[in-house]
Design a protein around this ligand. Structure first.
Ligand code: C2O
Ligand code: CU
Length: 511
């Protein structure tokens, strides 16, 4: 495929990139047959879905399942229960989603308080895009002495489309500089809900539509008090819904999905690959009947660069008070980088770097039955066993980069986000009306305090969603309610993935 005009192999879903939209209604059960026709093993994670009672369908190799080998199928089967909103799905095996295995998942809500406020809805899937496969990119960061700077992408994509300047493409490549842009059709005076997903490997996107303000109504599946902004920063893994009023003169307007390079460490002396990226991804908002070429002007910034949308814009529609109470479990975690004995870069959480145990059929069992302190050092985990309790995690970032952390199996309440140099003052916690979501940015050299309710038995990943950092081991396991876990039986087809097949098939990366 040639998402930005440059042809390369793409790990597609049903022949598409991004993969097909999966839609359900609140309460529906999703039954999804995943057949792996890649040469590599694969898994699919349903980002944001709680998987209550179905931890084994969370799709994390080395934590909840063994990967699906080549030419083998697994039926994922889980209920949306009472969740609704904007989600996505992606491979959790190596950096496969960066090569294309990703798509959108929308759970509609018949009781949606905003249902009457828009006429139609659209999806905007933002992603950074590389011309090299991750099979080429990942070994670079595994090399001894690697500096730690991340690969610079070649294009921003809006819903799978971008435009690369092919004069910069290496000789012999197939490249077309006039790739069509994503076009969103609107009718004058109608209102549109845009669901915006950042499915990147790394980059912070800023979404905006020239001359059209955005009314934000959802973040990561949580309804918000409506708030009007001009530009929406979206970190990797985060989702938003905004309502756009097509109330401007009939015309064509630029939709902007800008990769914010202020948030990407750039040093020309390092890897990449002579990226000729144009950071300003474009799409078109097309009013019915418009014939002009778009020449609209971008809004000025109204947000803090490289930070999540300010909490003043993220008030849940009704204050969520259940996180204000006695904390039953508290853990401290520290993020940093280090080097192994071969001078290879490793991401460390509490001094250990996560290595998925891909071919250990007992992996689920191990994490269920033993004490976190007895886990192998590369399976670093924390245990929360107070049924219905309030768990609090203090995360200290001892590294200068921002890290967008995502928690599986939960949303969490954000008690505090501390910038570099701020003191950790518990009296400042936002207990009354916290932001609740499943992915937040931890500022460089700063810290965050989050809380969640321990009501979902499972082994859940808590990790940086910068895929390069996942591969360096920036993953923690949350082991929750072991007593219940021990009583649950993992379905046979999931267990079989760990047993039946040639181990080589599961662990060897071919591309
Ligand atoms: Cu998008 Cu581990 O998640
Ligand atoms: Cu990170």
């Amino acid at each position: 495929m040639s998402p930005d005009g440059f042809e390369r192999p793409v790990w597609s879903v049903n022949g598409q990139h991004p993969g097909p939209l999966i839609q359900a209604n609140k309460g529906d059960r999703l039954v999804i047959n995943v057949t792996n026709h890649f040469d590599d093993p694969a898994t699919v994670h349903w980002h944001g879905m709680f998987q209550h009672g179905t931890n084994w369908y969370d799709g994390v190799p080395g934590q909840t399942q063994c990967p699906i080998p080549n030419d083998v199928s697994l039926v994922y089967n889980f209920s949306t229960t009472d969740q609704h909103g904007t989600y996505w799905y992606h491979s959790h095996f190596f950096a496969q989603y960066v090569d294309g295995l990703r798509g959108s998942l929308v759970v509609h809500d018949p009781d949606d308080p905003y249902l009457n406020q828009y006429d139609f809805e659209y999806l905007v899937v933002l992603s950074d895009w590389h011309h090299n496969t991750t099979g080429v990119l990942l070994p670079l960061q595994d090399a001894p002495g690697y500096s730690g700077l991340r690969p610079i992408p070649d294009s921003p994509l809006i819903s799978g489309l971008g435009r690369y300047n092919c004069t910069a493409a290496p000789p012999g490549s197939k490249c077309n500089s006039n790739q069509p842009l994503a076009v969103y059709n609107v009718k004058k005076n109608k209102k549109y809900r845009f669901r915006i997903i950042n499915s990147s490997a790394d980059g912070v996107f800023v979404f905006s539509i020239d001359q059209h303000k955005l009314k934000v109504i959802e973040a990561d599946g949580i309804y918000l008090k409506p708030t009007i902004i001009k530009k929406l920063p979206v970190a990797v893994g985060q989702r938003y819904s905004v309502i756009v009023d097509a109330n401007q003169p009939v015309g064509n307007y630029f939709i902007r999905g800008t990769l914010d390079k202020r948030c990407t460490p750039i040093n020309n002396a390092t890897i990449n690959f002579n990226s000729a990226i144009d950071w300003n991804g474009l799409g078109i908002l097309h009013y019915e009947g418009a014939i002009n070429r778009p020449n609209s002007k971008e809004f000025d910034d109204d947000f803090t660069p490289c930070r999540d949308l300010d909490k003043k814009h993220l008030n849940p529609i009704k204050p969520i008070t259940k996180y204000d109470g006695h904390v039953t479990d508290f853990v401290n975690i520290t993020i940093t980088f280090g080097r192994d004995k071969n001078q290879r870069l490793k991401a460390l959480i509490n001094n250990s770097s996560f290595v998925p145990q891909m071919n250990d059929p007992t992996v689920n069992k191990i994490t269920r039955d033993i004490d976190a302190k007895d886990l192998p050092k590369d399976q670093n985990s924390v245990i929360f066993n107070h049924n219905g309790g309030i768990a609090e995690i203090y995360v200290k970032n001892n590294n200068g980069a921002d890290h967008p952390f995502h928690m599986h199996g939960h949303v969490f309440a954000i008690m505090y986000v501390g910038e570099k140099g701020e003191v950790h003052d518990k009296s400042k916690y936002n207990k009354r009306n916290p932001v609740v979501r499943d992915t937040l940015t931890i500022p460089g050299n700063g810290f965050v305090v989050i809380r969640f309710i321990t009501d979902n038995p499972g082994v859940w990943a808590f990790h940086c969603h910068i895929e390069w950092h996942v591969e360096l081991g920036m993953v923690l396991g949350i082991i929750e309610l072991q007593d219940t876990l021990k009583k649950e039986t993992i379905p046979e087809d999931v267990v079989a993935l760990c047993l039946e097949h040639d181990l080589q098939k599961r662990t060897t990366r071919r591309m």
